[in-house]
Design a protein around this ligand. Structure first.
Ligand code: NDP
Ligand code: HEM
Length: 498
């Protein structure tokens, strides 16, 4: 047929028949020389790549970041200058569920952004919450193990989750957000995004400012209750994919107001909380949010696998004018993500079109599996540096100002001298009676099958946040599971055998 392209093998040869294998006689067997058949089966066997170890289920779209405010006195970053428009990619996700998990499950949502700036890619890999469950990266793998499947039952384990949380008071803030109304957004457009960590901005004068990034939904906050989500999941497991794809496809473009909170470097030791502690926010009263622009999503990916599944976000991707902070969690993430990408996608994951910067790229990395780009050194004979062949050289203007650090090297107890209760209390006190009552019910529902000893340990933590928190959850536990103080366990999901 003249109007259709010719089907070929991957080597470009025309395929004469795509319906019938080559066989010895009409009844077979199949000839091993049927390399077209073998190519097809072999490719199918290699269609799956490892799913992300966390945040496996996700939904994404492309868009634009437009800067309307003026924070040029804080940063030289070109993408943050007044009037700048930067193409970007967003990928939202749940944390614990696997690639096929239902979208409307109670979980923190990932809010990962890649800005293709003229100075390289800037990735802000945040969540829909401003804080996190742990403050020391040493505890991250342990925490994630409690969210994933039990090694023996292969079931998720409420016992493990509450055991870990009740032994980790720093998790109270995030647990309260997770169990609040915001724990199940209706779809990704109805939630805020937060860079969560403290990052830094620096200007041409060599001054540094600490910064928090916020993305406030312009669609408003909309959430499901547990009951609504359960009914919904019975009908469709893909509600986020459906909603986001449809909104972008039909021109109903979702938008977020972009804000920053700025802290002068000289304030570092002056706040009552450690400004680099990921379990804490900076209260708005202390550091008011400044509007700097709008983020809009307005283009769907043409191929989900190539552009969303293979997207590789990393907190290590910063650009001149934006940098990191001493936050211990952030420091570990700077290592972890690129390492994950090399394993999940391969050595040259940054050469994939969705990850490739939209500016010139020059480096001296050599060879490696699937290197289809040759060398990127900027000169033919330059394959080491320094060289006299005209290869790429460093640019001192990209050097961030020096940061003074102090203290003896040791393993400092991150639970000592930390107030884990005031900020969850401030949040609890923001909730009206209806929000509080749903919080109590959601916690109780999540505690099905958990031993009484663990429940009591968690209730003691809630009590330190607010006596009403403990009393409310205790009453909800009685209502939901007939739980009495120090009972052996609550009925519910069968948990791991000892
Ligand atoms: P503010 O009254 O100025 O701000 C309260 C914040 O709480 C708003 O940003 C609001 O988000 C957010 N919020 C409301 N309901 C929830 C919820 N269920 N889960 C998460 N966030 C929610 O108070 P402060 O700045 O003094 O902070 C008080 C508490 O508010 C903090 O301890 C923290 O728990 C929470 N919070 C603070 C943030 C900050 O950066 N200061 C950011 C997010 C939460 P929105 O504006 O979208 O309605
Ligand atoms: C994904 C590690 C904390 C947000 C991932 C991945 C790893 C990882 C290995 C999978 C990456 C991939 O395969 O593409 C860690 C470690 C942490 C940590 C070691 C702490 C020490 C956090 C925090 C946040 C966060 C605090 C948010 C504030 C995300 C998001 C994704 C992700 C949004 C999905 C990115 C995407 O859409 O591809 N994390 N993480 N993580 N993480 Fe973390």
């Amino acid at each position: 047929m003249a109007d259709k392209p010719t089907l070929t093998t991957t080597a470009g040869a025309a395929v004469p028949d795509n319906q019938n294998s080559i066989t010895a006689g009409p009844r077979g067997g199949v000839m091993i020389q049927d390399y077209q058949l073998i190519e097809k089966l072999a490719h199918q066997n290699r269609e799956r790549i490892p799913e992300r170890v966390v945040h496996a289920k996700g939904w994404g779209a492309f868009g634009t970041l437009k800067i309307t405010g003026d924070i040029s006195k804080y940063t030289k970053a070109k993408c943050l200058q007044p009037g700048a428009e930067t193409p970007m990619l967003a990928r939202f996700s749940t944390v614990a569920g696997e690639l096929g998990a239902a979208d409307a499950e109670r979980d923190v949502r990932g809010f990962a952004l890649k800005f293709y700036t003229e100075d390289g890619n800037w990735d802000l890999v945040g969540n829909n919450t401003p804080v996190f469950f742990v403050r020391d990266p040493y505890k991250f793998p342990d925490f994630i193990h409690t969210q994933k499947r039990h090694p023996r039952t292969n079931l998720r384990s409420p016992k493990a989750m509450w055991d870990f949380w009740s032994l980790s008071p720093e998790s109270l803030h995030q647990v309260t957000i997770l169990m609040s109304d915001r724990g199940i957004p209706v779809d990704p457009t109805f939630m805020n995004g937060y860079g969560s960590h403290t990052y830094s901005l620096w200007n041409d004068a060599g001054e540094r400012f600490w910064v928090k990034f916020h993305f406030k939904t312009e669609q408003g906050h909309k959430h499901y209750t547990n009951d609504e989500a359960e009914t919904l999941i019975g009908k469709s497991r893909e509600t986020y994919q459906e909603a986001l794809f449809d909104k972008v496809e039909t021109g109903n473009y979702p938008r977020w107001k972009v804000q920053v909170q700025i802290m002068p470097e000289s304030d570092t030791g002056k706040t009552p909380y450690n400004p680099f502690d990921l379990t804490k926010v900076w209260p708005h009263g202390d550091y008011p949010p400044i509007d700097i622009g709008v983020m809009e999503l307005n283009r769907n990916a043409d191929n989900y696998f190539a552009e969303i599944e293979q997207a590789a976000f990393s907190p290590s991707n910063i650009v001149p004018g934006i940098s990191h902070s001493p936050d211990k969690m952030l420091q570990a993430r700077i290592f972890s993500y690129a390492d994950a990408h090399r394993y999940r996608l391969g050595t040259h994951y940054e050469a994939l079109p969705v990850n490739a910067p939209k500016c010139p790229v020059h480096h001296y990395h050599k060879d490696g599996q699937m290197n289809f780009f040759g060398q990127k050194t900027g000169a033919t004979d330059a394959y080491y540096e320094p060289n006299s062949m005209g290869g790429a050289v460093e640019d001192k203007s990209a050097m961030e100002p020096p940061l003074a650090i102090e203290g003896a090297m040791a393993r400092y107890n991150h639970r000592e001298g930390n107030d884990d209760f005031s900020q969850p209390r401030a949040l609890f006190e923001l909730f009206d009676d209806g929000q509080k009552s749903r919080l109590f019910d959601n916690v109780a529902a999540a505690m099905g099958g958990v031993p009484g000893e663990i429940i009591e340990r968690q209730l003691a933590l809630f009590k330190q946040v607010h006596p009403d928190y403990e009393a409310g959850v205790r009453a909800a536990l009685k209502e939901a599971h007939g739980y009495e103080a120090n009972a052996i366990s609550t009925p519910g999901t069968p948990d791991a055998a000892e």
